[in-house]
Unconditional design. Structure first.
Length: 124
């Protein structure tokens, strides 16, 4: 669980330099031209994009054209922030809640009453 959250934070924080680069380009040129996710992958490793395309088209030819091309056309910093947030959400710590029924009190609910004597709940 912690490894997934760490990976999510790394992906999320990796979006910040991309956003800073986009902001610097905007300040220098006066035009907002954010880096696309496909261009970022191409700049990092040119053969990875063609490998990803071959794998995705092998799984389903329809998954590349409408799905992956749309994802690769999105802004890189939004894609990385969204992916990091999704990974952190999938690997967050889940808390278990105990709900009490509205029926007569049980032994466990009586122990809760003893644990929290200042509660306003009345037991009969």
């Amino acid at each position: 669980m912690i490894v997934g959250r760490i990976i999510g934070w790394i992906v999320f924080v990796a979006a910040l330099p991309v956003l800073a680069t986009d902001a610097l380009v905007w300040i220098e040129s006066g035009y907002w031209v954010p880096l696309r996710l496909g261009q970022l992958l191409y700049n990092l490793d040119r053969s990875s994009l063609s490998m990803i395309r071959a794998v995705v088209e092998n799984l389903s030819p329809y998954a590349w054209d409408p799905v992956m091309t749309t994802a690769l056309a999105c802004w890189a910093f939004l894609g990385l922030m969204g992916l990091g947030t999704l990974i952190m959400t999938l690997f967050h710590e889940r808390t278990q809640y105990q709900y009490q029924s509205l029926s007569a009190p049980t032994a466990s609910s009586r122990s809760l009453r003893n644990r929290y004597p200042g509660s306003r709940t009345r037991w009969r």
